[in-house]
Ligand binder design. Sequence first.
Ligand code: FES
Length: 156
Amino acid sequence: MIELSEAEIEGIKHEMSLYEDPGAATIEALKIVQEHRGWVSDEAMAAAAQVVGVTPTQMEAVATFYNLIFRQPVGRHVIMLCDSISCYLTGYEEVRDHLKSTLGIDFGQTTADGRFTLLPICCLGDCDMGPSMRVGEVYHNRLTPERVDEILAEYK
Ligand code: FES
C-alpha cells in the first residue's frame, strides 16, 4: 500500500479532530488526497481509510456517492458542464458540441496534452444564468461558443 505524505496525514487528522465521530471526516480525507494527487487511486483511498479508521469499502461508498472525487487520472483542469433541464433550455447543446469539438474529446475523456478533462454534471445551481460550467473551482455561466473559447484560453 502506498504511503500518504505527512501533509496529507496531518490534514486528515486535523479534519478528524473537528468531529465527534472521526469517521465523519471521510469526505474531507478524500478531498485532501485529491488536492495533493489530482485524483484518488485505490491505493491512496485505502491509505486514507486507514488514517480515518474506516474500511476501504466504507470510503469507496462515500467516494462513489460524491461526484467531485475523481477515481481516475484527470487533466490539469476539469470542466464540468451542467447537464440538466434549465441549461437544456438556454443553449446547452451548442455549448456541449462546441466544447467537444474544440477539445477533440467526449465526456469522460482527457485531451492528449493533459490540459482538460470534460465531464457532465447535474445542476450547478446557476440555472437562471445557463448554460453553465465549472472549470476547477470556478463557475462560468451564460456560455456561448465564443465565451467558451475565451474561457479555455485562460487555462494553460
Ligand atoms: S440546470 Fe444548469 S445550472 Fe441548473
